[in-house]
Design a protein around this ligand. Structure first.
Ligand code: ATP
Ligand code: MG
Length: 200
């Protein structure tokens, strides 16, 4: 499974609709400072529910909505809604049809050779809302996380290595580094279950 394309709508510095194609094996994104490279990674984290708001370099979720006055202190004259859709190529059946239908809570998910995960954030006068969709079906964050975990994509799995992570890992104790290896190898899950069993 790999990312085929991401579709941004009014996400951070990307006004209007922006489609960004990815290659199967390797894709690099280059551009001047401040041109939006990291915002593209933030978009993936946002859509797949892989990071807290601070992890996407925002104070609050609504700061992720394109704001033409972003550099000004409190201007919010822009659109009231942003969304990001991540289009996954699942032609290799990394995720089975039944895994997808279970997560979506519906059989009508279309062809699962393509899996789309979309998240929207919407601002109202006094509140904000966040919605997730799996192949067009409205779902919860936990449905997305459970599904992606079955493909080895998890918030704690270092699928996305952020700026600063490498230094963080270098500065860890050997024990802490071992915990990361356990997490990536999938051993941590069993350690947790073993711990629970001993507690009982
Ligand atoms: P660098 O090479 O320095 O790492 P980059 O290409 O990774 O740069 P980003 O951090 O992705 O750049 O983009 C930063 C830009 O995004 C800043 O100019 C900032 O003003 C803009 N930006 C962030 N949030 C918003 C928003 N909600 N609306 C408009 N622009 C935004
Ligand atoms: Mg950057």
């Amino acid at each position: 499974m790999y990312i085929d394309e991401i579709v941004l709508e009014n996400f951070k510095s990307f006004a209007g609709t922006t489609r960004i194609p990815f290659y199967e094996d390797f894709t690099t994104i280059s551009g001047p400072n401040g041109s939006g490279k990291s915002n593209i990674i933030d978009a993936v984290l946002f859509s797949l529910g892989l990071a807290r708001t601070s992890g996407m370099r925002a104070e609050k979720l609504t700061d992720l909505i394109y704001n033409p006055a972003h550099e000004d202190a409190e201007g919010t004259s822009g659109p009231a809604e942003a969304s990001v859709e991540v289009v996954l190529n699942n032609e290799d059946d990394t995720l089975s049809r039944s895994q997808v239908t279970t997560a979506a809570g519906s059989d009508s998910v279309g062809d699962v050779d393509t899996i789309t995960v979309k998240r929207r954030v919407k601002r109202t006068d006094d509140n904000y809302y966040s919605y997730y969709y799996l192949n067009g079906r409205s779902v919860n964050l936990s449905d997305i996380q459970d599904l992606l975990a079955q493909a080895g994509v998890a918030p704690e799995g270092y699928n996305v290595v952020m700026q600063g992570d490498v230094t963080g890992i270098i500065n860890m104790t050997a024990g802490e580094r071992r915990e990361i290896v356990d997490e990536i190898a999938g051993v941590a899950e069993f350690d947790a279950k073993k711990g629970d069993a001993f507690d009982e």
